[in-house]
Design a protein. Structure first.
Length: 708
């Protein structure tokens, strides 16, 4: 029975109506444009290594899930554009203890690059776990249940294929490909031919059209990465190789093709590396030329464009689920555990309508078992969890944030019954930074929000006692994707509960709801007169963030013509100077300051010089023209070719804030009087060549109105 709508859920509806326009905006990215066309990607989230088949009027997709549990996600569509999650073929990642975070972790392990096919009333999925030999999962119904046959050998990145006579084959390998022949039950390999084809890649997919067998492989050994196609009239060769279908910069590089009907109409599908959000599936039409597949259209060939006509019209608009009120006795299909969970430490039935997480013992979020995740989605999205923290016990830590290369999260900790909040950013391979800690919190209900902006690759975490008034802890942090140090996946939402000290704490946290929004709330106004970190931009053109020698991050790799945008900057009554922390091992350049757009009022130009190194920092300043109120601030960079300089932080100085401590008070008044009695020229804020009562009045007004 579904629980009553909570006050927080009522707020969520109002929040959506006001901030996001309509209640219909609570869903994820919608590829279907509603006019017979679609826009790539078909899923704006991390669904890497896709394989797609058609069975009658239905399409099925599988993708890599690594050590997420349950694993091997199976999706369904009727038009290749609108997808829903159907099942998970692997109930758990049944490998060594590390797959359950016992004695270590198994990040980047698990289930990779599976291949789905259908024959004789049965669905089959071939997959190579990183912890065992290859497997063939099978089910009469793709919604499950699934079982599997354990093979006696490795089938790296398998391409499963059934010939017209019913014989099953697996083509697989890294570089030279092997062909394995399966028995009639697909439960064992009966023969293997090695080095049949050197297609120069991995990620095998096999289809047959007419007299030709087509083998598709990704080739990550060159840049840009390539999707290659080989063909033969006999599956054992000889094979023609070297046909390049796509590259990483023209659409993607791992995938294949699928027929959309019985009339020789085909669509191609690939994943495309897309930064912090992960590797997203894209698709588009395929035509044939001399019996070779060509991605795109005759007028725009060898690409996957952003928009096409839908391959099949008239099907309903669908999306994978996101929000959850935990009123079901089973977890929604959108959820996966980070590694296998300890099923004795979580429940959906102990308190109906809530997900109860009992702490597992872990030394950090990265090693915390029973962390529940779902995919972060772009271009922008926001998740809000409502927690009942009344039953946390001494040492328990619960919270919500991101899991990926960068793990940014707000936590609530209990110490002798007192609750405090903190903000941590763990950038794997770089370092762990505590941006806030020991922030007192006295309530029993805690709302946590995580904002993901995959256009700027920035995240932000906030907390609220009532779901209405939000406070950010730590500001913006980077979102990243990484093969070596991270999860090898896009950034995900993650809710957790652990205890570093007590093996079996008697406490728990109850998760009331998870609400998903596909647009970010507008950022609150930020004072122009406090230090703003350069990496806390809202938009950018070019540039990159990097580790700063003064702590945290800085913005670097700045070139001529690039810019950063900072929204909702509150200048109050007015500013006198602009300050910026810079470093340069080159010739430097200029920072031009504009209001609201690059064609808006230009209020100043700050010159940046060579400092002797990219991490050798100095503070530059320049006077600014008339400015007041709230504006979007544009910093545009100009200079010669090559990299110009780095920026760590910036701020403005108020009229009257002579000692630049962000306060206008009696010390500034004393300084003003002292300078007035001497020279005073640089205090001529109105630029009339005189230092008089106008400047004094401006100082006094700022002192009286804000004084901070």
């Amino acid at each position: 029975m579904k629980k009553k709508i909570s006050q927080f859920q009522k707020f969520s509806v109002v929040f959506l109506c006001i901030v996001f326009g309509s209640v219909g905006g609570v869903h994820a990215w919608q590829s279907d444009n509603g006019d017979g066309t679609f826009t790539n990607p078909v899923l704006y989230a991390d669904y890497p290594d896709p394989d797609i088949i058609r069975v009658g009027e239905d399409f099925y997709m599988v993708s890599t899930t690594f050590v997420d549990s349950p694993g091997i996600t199976v999706l369904h569509s009727q038009d290749l554009v609108n997808w829903q999650i159907l099942s998970h073929a692997a109930e758990l990642v049944d490998g060594p203890d590390s797959c359950s975070m016992i004695g270590g972790t198994a990040y980047r392990g698990g289930f990779w690059a599976s291949s789905i096919r259908y024959y004789g009333g049965t669905f089959y999925i071939a997959v190579q776990p990183t912890f065992a030999n290859g497997r063939i999962y099978y089910a009469a119904n793709p919604a499950g249940p699934w079982n599997y046959y354990q093979l006696d050998r490795n089938i790296y990145d398998p391409g499963l294929f059934f010939d017209t006579d019913g014989t099953g084959y697996i083509i697989c390998g890294h570089g030279p490909q092997s062909i394995m022949t399966l028995n009639s039950a697909c439960s064992a390999v009966v023969s293997q031919a090695n080095n049949v084809i050197d297609s120069g890649g991995e990620g095998s997919h096999v289809v047959k059209r007419g007299n030709y067998y087509y083998l598709f492989n990704a080739n990550p050994g060159v840049w840009p990465f390539q999707l290659r196609c080989s063909r033969a009239t006999n599956i054992f060769g000889p094979w023609e190789t070297g046909h390049i279908c796509l590259t990483a910069v023209t659409g993607g590089h791992q995938g294949a093709i699928v027929d959309i009907d019985d009339n020789d109409n085909w669509f191609g599908f690939v994943h495309q590396d897309s930064g912090a959000v992960g590797r997203m599936p894209r698709l588009g039409p395929v035509f044939w030329e001399n019996d070779w597949p060509v991605f795109g259209t005759p007028g725009n060939r060898d690409v996957l464009a952003s928009t096409y006509t839908k391959p099949i019209q008239g099907k309903p608009v669908l999306q994978p689920p996101t929000s959850d009120d935990f009123s079901s006795s089973t977890l929604g299909l959108q959820w996966q555990w980070n590694h296998n969970p300890d099923n004795t430490r979580w429940s959906l039935t102990e308190r109906p309508g809530f997900l109860r997480l009992r702490p597992t013992q872990a030394d950090s979020f990265w090693t915390a078992r029973n962390t529940l995740t779902q995919k972060g989605q772009g271009p922008q999205s926001s998740g809000i969890v409502k927690l009942d923290i009344s039953q946390l016990q001494d040492g328990d830590i619960a919270g919500f944030g991101t899991l990926g290369k960068v793990n940014g999260y707000i936590y609530v900790a209990d110490s002798d019954g007192k609750k405090t909040l903190g903000m941590v950013v763990d950038n794997r391979g770089v370092g762990t930074y505590t941006y806030a800690s020991n922030v007192p919190f006295s309530g029993t209900t805690l709302c946590l929000r995580t904002d993901l902006d995959f256009q700027t690759n920035q995240g932000n975490c906030s907390y609220s006692a009532d779901g209405t008034n939000w406070t950010s802890l730590g500001g913006y942090f980077p979102l990243e994707f990484d093969i070596v140090y991270g999860t090898f996946q896009g950034e995900k939402y993650a809710v957790f509960c652990f205890n570093p000290h007590t093996p079996f704490s008697s406490g728990w946290v109850d998760v009331d709801s998870f609400d998903f929004f596909d647009t970010l709330p507008p950022p609150p106004p930020r004072s122009a007169y406090v230090r703003i970190e350069a990496e806390e931009f809202d938009e950018k053109s070019g540039t990159q963030t990097e580790t700063c020698s003064e702590g945290g991050l800085n913005v670097g790799y700045i070139r001529n013509g690039q810019y950063l945008v900072y929204q909702n900057i509150n200048f109050g009554r007015g500013a006198a100077f602009f300050q910026v922390r810079t470093a340069s091992a080159a010739g430097g350049g200029n920072i031009e300051l504009y209001l609201d757009s690059l064609t808006g009022p230009k209020i100043g130009v700050c010159t940046v010089s060579n400092t002797g190194g990219w991490q050798t920092w100095t503070t530059c300043s320049c006077p600014v023209g008339e400015v007041s109120g709230i504006h979007n601030l544009y910093l545009q960079f100009t200079g010669d070719s090559g990299y110009l300089f780095n920026i760590n932080w910036w701020r403005f100085i108020r009229c009257g804030d002579l000692n630049a401590d962000t306060r206008v008070n009696q010390s500034d008044l004393a300084d003003f009087a002292d300078i007035w009695l001497q020279d005073g020229g640089h205090l001529d804020w109105d630029g009339n060549g005189l230092l008089n009562l106008i400047e004094f009045a401006e100082l006094a007004a700022n002192w009286m109105t804000d004084g901070e």
